[in-house]
Design a protein around this ligand. Structure first.
Ligand code: ADP
Ligand code: MG
Length: 702
């Protein structure tokens, strides 16, 4: 069991070198509260101090170098604020000036003639020669240091901290104080067999060496150990949760597939399910009949037919006399689902309802009554479904559409609506790269619809220079005359919201001039009232507007099959998955659809890659992988809120190999010993317990 007060939980001000003021700054600026926080504040890079340059060997500006040289002379030039201190040093290859503009008096006192110094800084080329402004200088140590500094850690810091003496070296000193504290002791978290198999150093050694590695090899080992540990315990925890869920949480067993499913399938479905849809429905049916509670993630590109799968799942519930609900992230979407599903179920005896924030009280009350008495079979809605007084008689299935729009807390809440936990199907149109899914949704079952319904023509995507906008207008005109509808999307980034909004409004005016009546245009943006937005969207849906100019508010799955052109302005400012989502708005009808990405001519390398990826492929998974590689996991939709990806050292893209290893190992261990009760797993059980105590809210469905 953990000790009453862990050394690493000690508040940071008790560390040698940190008083109340520094403690406050460290908390505020870097969120460092405890010794443990400081210990896991890892260097973001290292400077190899074993390498020395010669003065004659300096070739470049802007790269840190290290010299060993003797001070030959010191002089001051200029007056008052223009004063500078110039110290000339020499090694066997030549001379170079070190220059200070500030702190002159202090430096001058420190310098002594003929002393040899280790000099560290960035050379600058000025007046035909190199000098080094504001270098760090120190006398070579006589005795080896207790903690090696050949490879010096560099920590991130802030101006505020620097003003309190905590530049990266200052922070390094604090960490050194921590490591040298006589009470500093780190408990091992991995059993010896795992360490032996993977040849990992022990934990304490790894923590010391990640900060002050004696050499490159020790640093590599320390890194590998800490990365593995970080990923392994996430996986172990997920594996344990999953096993526990499958073992303990009794699910409602749906024994039969009956009248409703069969009737729907044979008499109401106007098309054949795709192979992928059939496979997924089979997977879901197996879950529902297993007696275990289902917790399944359904991934499929926009338009791949997820709604139909959701509907079949809900009909299975109905065949077993259970209610179900479908929750969508916006009213527009909830409405759309309601209409689509009502249409599909026409002529069948299925009582379907719609509950959103704008449902009138009288209707709402009636729905609540029907839910409670059990006459309501299938309820569709927004987060309004989560309200306290929405009570089901027997909720059997919860479907959540576009899950990244919801906070995890909301998801978890659906569960309290029942005595027995309902089955959960989470649908997402933002494909999640494998590595991310493993980390983020490791305890969910995963289904993928990787096939589009037949007859879809792939959207033709073009990238156009903004100087060629004229061609785009000609194209728009053609399409309008064919009776098609058109989306034109502008970016809206929080930081430049005002400018962006102006940009959008200017764009709208220009378009109105170019396409005057009888053409019809509408505009939607985030500053508008919800009701106004919905009104414009409704008009567009009903083809009363031909062109919709908007910010990304239309990103979420609205379905207007007649809209066949998606034009994205400043496309370079959108993320890949956003572009993919936007493109998914078209290509829903039978006509050939187009996506035109307009950007400035000058593009960053990354933006160029994003746009060329879009032109090259329509495969959501390929795009998601590319996105993850380009931007890192932190920016992907939905990951930030989870906190799971606040990884301290591992990187799920770069460390995919370690991740897979960690996952397999965690699975094997849990398969053999689900509760970690075996003696050899004691150490794992203890550490996991400790982690669980630390993070009260892990934020997953479980
Ligand atoms: P998603 O929710 O995955 O974006 P939808 O379920 O809204 O996709 O389906 C998109 C469109 O494709 C709908 O109009 C739907 O009726 C149609 N559809 C779904 N499955 C098939 C199929 N197997 N064959 C033909 N059309 C289908
Ligand atoms: Mg959908």
């Amino acid at each position: 069991m953990p000790q009453p007060m862990n050394f690493l939980d000690t508040p940071i001000e008790y560390l040698k070198g940190i008083g109340p003021a520094r403690a406050e700054a460290l908390r505020k600026e870097l969120s460092l509260f405890t010794f443990g926080d400081l210990l896991t504040f890892f260097p973001f890079r290292y400077v190899d101090r074993s390498k020395f340059y010669t003065i004659a060997g300096i070739r470049d500006e802007n790269a840190y170098i290290q010299l060993k040289a003797r001070l030959v002379r010191v002089r001051k030039t200029g007056q008052a604020r223009n004063q500078r201190l110039i110290a000339t040093v020499r090694d066997e290859t030549g001379e170079i000036d070190l220059v200070w503009f500030q702190g002159i008096k202090w430096i001058e006192e420190k310098l002594s003639a003929q002393q040899e110094y280790i000099i560290f800084g960035k050379p600058v080329f000025f007046n035909g020669r190199f000098n080094i402004p504001h270098p760090e200088i120190e006398v070579p140590p006589e005795h080896p240091l207790p903690l090696s500094e050949t490879i010096r850690p560099v920590y991130s810091t802030t101006e505020k901290l620097k003003s309190k003496g905590l530049d990266y070296k200052g922070i390094g000193k604090l960490i050194k104080n921590l490591l040298l504290n006589p009470q500093f002791e780190i408990k091992e978290s991995l059993p010896p067999e795992i360490r032996k198999t993977l040849r990992l150093p022990d934990r304490q050694e790894a923590f010391v060496n990640i900060h002050f590695p004696p050499d490159q090899e020790a640093l590599d080992h320390a890194r590998k150990r800490l990365k593995f540990e970080e990923l392994f315990f996430i996986q172990l925890r997920l594996a344990k949760q999953r096993t526990n869920r499958l073992r303990k949480s009794e699910g409602i067993r749906f024994q039969k597939v009956g009248e409703h499913v069969n009737n729907f399938y044979h008499h109401h479905l106007t098309f054949e399910l795709t192979k992928a849809q059939k496979r997924v429905v089979r997977e879901i049916r197996a879950d529902l009949g297993s007696g275990k509670q289902m917790n399944r993630l359904l991934q499929g590109d926009v338009g791949s037919g997820k709604t139909l799968v959701a509907l079949m799942t809900m009909l299975i519930a109905l065949d077993n006399s259970y209610q179900s609900c479908l929750m969508a992230p916006t009213e527009i979407l909830a409405n759309q689902h309601f209409q689509t599903i009502s249409r599909m179920l026409q002529g069948m005896k299925v009582k379907t309802g719609l509950l959103t924030g704008s449902t009138k009280p009288a209707i709402r009350n009636a729905i609540l009554e029907e839910l409670h008495s059990g006459t309501m079979d299938l309820l569709i809605g927004t987060h309004a479904l989560l309200e306290e007084d929405v009570r089901f008689r027997n909720l059997g299935v919860v479907v959540i559409d576009e899950q990244h729009r919801f906070g995890v807390v909301q998801r978890a809440k659906m569960w309290t609506k029942n005595v027995k936990t309902p089955h959960v199907l989470v649908m997402t149109a933002t494909p999640i790269p494998r590595t991310l899914a493993m980390t983020l949704y490791g305890d969910l079952e995963n289904s993928v619809i990787d096939e589009m319904p037949p007859g879809r023509k792939p959207v033709i995507t073009r990238h156009i220079d903004e100087n060629d906008r004229g061609k785009v207008y000609t194209f728009i005109r053609e399409k309008l005359q064919e009776g098609r509808q058109i989306y034109i999307v502008y970016p809206l980034i929080q930081e430049s919201a005002k400018l962006d909004l102006q940009n959008l409004i200017d764009g709208y005016r220009t378009l109105r001039d170019i396409f005057p009546a009888p053409f019809t245009l509408g505009m939607v943006h985030g500053q508008m009232k919800q009701t106004e937005k919905e009104e414009v969207m409704r008009k567009f849906t009903q083809n009363q507007l031909q062109i919709l100019v908007s910010t990304t508010v239309i990103e979420v799955g609205v379905d207007v099959p007649n809209a066949s052109v998606m034009i994205i302005e400043n496309a370079e400012r959108f993320g890949l998955s956003q572009l993919h989502q936007l493109r998914g708005r078209v290509g829903r009808g039978g006509d050939q659809s187009f996506c035109i990405l307009i950007s400035s001519r000058e593009l960053s390398a990354e933006a160029g890659k994003r746009l060329s990826t879009m032109v090259r492929t329509a495969d959501g998974f390929e795009i998601a992988e590319a996105d993850l590689r380009l931007r890192g996991p932190g920016d992907l939709l939905g990951t930030r809120q989870s906190g799971i990806l606040d990884l301290k050292i591992a990187d799920i893209v770069k460390d995919e190999k370690i991740l897979r290893y960690a996952r397999n190992m965690a699975h094997d261990i849990i398969a053999e010993d689900p509760d970690l009760k075996m003696k050899k797993n004691d150490i794992l059980a203890h550490h996991l317990h400790h982690i669980e105590e630390q993070s009260l809210n892990w934020g997953l469905i479980s």
